[in-house]
Design a protein around this ligand. Structure first.
Ligand code: IMP
Length: 427
C-alpha cells in the first residue's frame, strides 16, 4: 500500500506541513506534484520553525527523499534561496530530486502575474504574485521553459524568444510596460543552471521504481481542493490541480498505484485572496479565529479570511478526491467558545441545498445553514488519545466526521510535531 496522497480539503492552509512531517519519518519519498512557491507550509520541529514555499516538507526528515514532480512550477531563485536557508540551519538538502520536465517560473511571468492583477482592478483574483498562473498558461500554450532547457543554451534562447515575442507586445502595448530583453532572461536562467543540475532527475522513473520496490511514497498537494483549476471556485482558484488526480499527472504515476487519499481539514475554514466563502465571518468571532489560529499567510503575509466549519465543502472534497481519511487540524483553536456553529447545508434562493452547487452564480448566493454544537473550555493541547478530549470536543469531531463522509484518522491539537492524536494509522 505504498502510495498516499495528502491534500487540502478546503481552500488551502489547512496545516498540511504538520501532517506530512508527522508521516515523514516513515515515508521514503515526499513528492510535490503541482503549484510552486505560492504554497506555504509551516513546520515546527522541536523549537525550530520552518516556513517552506516550494520544497516538499519531507526535506526536513532525514532518510526521506524529497521530490519536485513534473507538475510543479519552479522559480529557480526561490529554490536556491530556500535551499541555502535550510543549509545555513544545518538541514541536509542533498537528496532533493527535481523533474527535468517541471516548468520554470521566468522573471517575465512574475511581471505578467503582477501587471494582469493590477489591470483586473476590482475583478482581481488576489494571486500570490509569484508568476504561477502565467507559467501554467505558457505550459498549456506550449511556450513554456522547462528545467531541462537550462542545459541547452540554443534551445533555451529559442524558447525564450518564442515566449517573449507575444509577451513583449502585450507588455508594451496593453500594459504600458517596458519590453523584456531575451538575452537578459537567458543570462539569468543560465546562471542558475549549474547550481540546480545536481538535483535534476527522471523523477517519473525514480518514483515508479520506488513503488515497485514497495517504498512508501507520499504525494503532497499544495493549496487545496476548492482552489483546483477544474474543481474549485473558478475563476478564484490557482492554475493547477491540487485534487487527487493531479498527483497522477503531476508526478507520472498511475491511479492504480494510489492506495490512500488523506484530506487535511481545518476545524474551521479560512481562505486568502478573492472569491466566494459562505461561512466567512466579519465579526469578533472571525477576528478571534484569526488571532488564536495565527491565520496569516506564510507566503504573502496577508491576513486570511476566517469562518466556521463548512460540511458541504468537506463532503465535496471527499467526493472529488475519493478521500479515504481526514486529518483534522487546529481543533485547539476552537477551545473557549460556548457554542460552535457548523454549516450543514446552504440556503440558495430560499431552498435548502445539501451539496455544493455546480453553478457559480448559486454558490455566490449560498447562505450557510448552521447547526450549533456545544463547545469546551478545557486545554486540549496535551491530549494524546481521542478519549483524552473533553466530551464536547469528541462530539464535535464525531459530528464533523459524520457530515463529511470519511473517517477522521488524526487530530491536530497544537502546532508542535507531537501535538497530534492518531486514531487510525496512515501506514
Ligand atoms: P496563485 O496561485 O498565486 O495564482 O493565486 C490564485 C489563488 O490561490 C489566490 O486566491 C491565492 O490567494 C490562492 N492561493 C495560492 N496558493 C495558496 C496557498 O498555499 N494557500 C491558500 N491560498 C493560496
Amino acid at each position: 500500500m505504498p502510495a498516499l496522497v495528502l491534500l487540502g480539503a478546503q481552500w488551502g492552509d489547512e496545516g498540511k506541513g504538520k501532517a506530512t512531517d508527522l508521516l515523514g519519518g516513515s515515508v521514503d519519498y515526499v513528492v510535490r506534484y503541482q503549484g510552486g512557491n505560492n504554497a506555504g507550509h509551516t513546520v515546527v520541529v522541536g523549537d525550530q520553525k520552518y516556513a517552506l514555499h516550494l520544497l516538499p516538507s519531507g526535506i526536513l526528515s532525514p532518510g526521506c527523499t524529497p521530490v519536485i514532480g513534473n507538475g510543479v512550477v519552479v522559480d529557480p531563485s526561490v529554490l536556491l534561496s530556500e535551499l541555502s536557508g535550510l543549509n545555513e540551519r544545518g538541514v541536509d538538502t542533498s537528496k532533493l530530486l527535481i523533474s527535468g520536465n517541471a516548468h520554470i517560473i521566468t522573471p517575465y511571468n512574475v511581471t505578467v502575474d503582477k501587471v494582469t492583477e493590477r489591470f483586473l482592478g476590482k475583478r482581481k483574483i488576489g494571486t500570490t504574485g509569484r508568476g504561477i498562473g502565467p507559467t501554467y498558461a505558457d505550459k498549456i500554450n506550449r511556450v513554456g521553459i522547462r528545467v531541462q532547457d537550462l542545459y541547452d543554451e540554443s534551445i533555451l534562447t529559442q524558447k525564450v524568444e518564442a515566449a517573449l515575442d507575444a509577451k513583449n507586445q502585450i507588455l508594451t502595448k496593453l500594459y504600458n510596460r517596458r519590453a523584456i530583453a531575451v538575452e537578459q532572461v537567458v543570462e539569468e536562467l543560465l546562471g542558475y543552471a549549474e547550481k540546480i543540475k545536481p538535483y535534476v532527475a527522471d523523477t517519473v522513473l525514480v518514483l515508479n521504481q520506488a513503488l515497485e520496490d514497495d517504498k512508501v511514497v507520499l504525494f503532497e498537494g499544495g493549496q487545496g481542493t476548492l482552489l483546483d483549476i477544474d474543481h474549485g471556485t473558478y475563476p478564484f482558484v490557482t492554475s493547477s490541480n491540487p485534487t487527487a488526480g493531479g498527483a497522477c499527472t503531476g508526478a507520472g504515476v498511475g491511479p492504480t498505484k494510489i492506495s490512500r487519499v488523506i484530506g487535511i481539514l481545518k476545524a474551521y475554514t479560512t481562505r486568502v485572496g478573492a472569491g466566494p466563502f459562505p461561512t466567512e465571518l466579519f465579526d469578533e468571532d472571525g477576528e478571534a479565529l484569526r488571532r488564536i489560529g495565527g491565520e496569516r499567510g506564510v507566503t504573502t503575509g496577508r491576513d486570511r479570511r476566517c469562518g466556521w466549519f463548512d460540511a458541504v465543502i468537506a463532503r465535496y472534497a471527499t467526493r472529488v478526491n475519493g478521500l479515504t481519511d481526514f486529518f483534522l487540524t487546529k481543533l485547539d483553536v476552537l477551545t473557549g467558545w460556548e457554542q460552535i456553529p457548523v454549516c450543514v447545508a446552504y440556503e440558495i434562493d430560499g431552498k435548502r441545498v445539501e451539496e455544493l452547487p455546480y453553478s457559480q452564480t448559486d454558490f455566490h448566493h449560498a447562505k450557510p445553514v448552521y447547526e450549533m454544537l456545544p463547545g469546551w473550555s478545557e486545554d486540549i493541547s496535551k491530549a494524546k488519545s481521542f478519549s483524552d478530549l473533553p466530551k464536547n470536543a469528541q462530539a464535535y469531531v464525531k459530528a464533523l466526521e459524520e457530515m463529511s463522509g470519511a473517517p477522521i484518522s488524526a487530530i491536530g491539537v497544537g502546532p508542535g510535531r507531537d501535538e497530534t492524536i492518531e486514531i487510525n494509522s496512515f501506514l
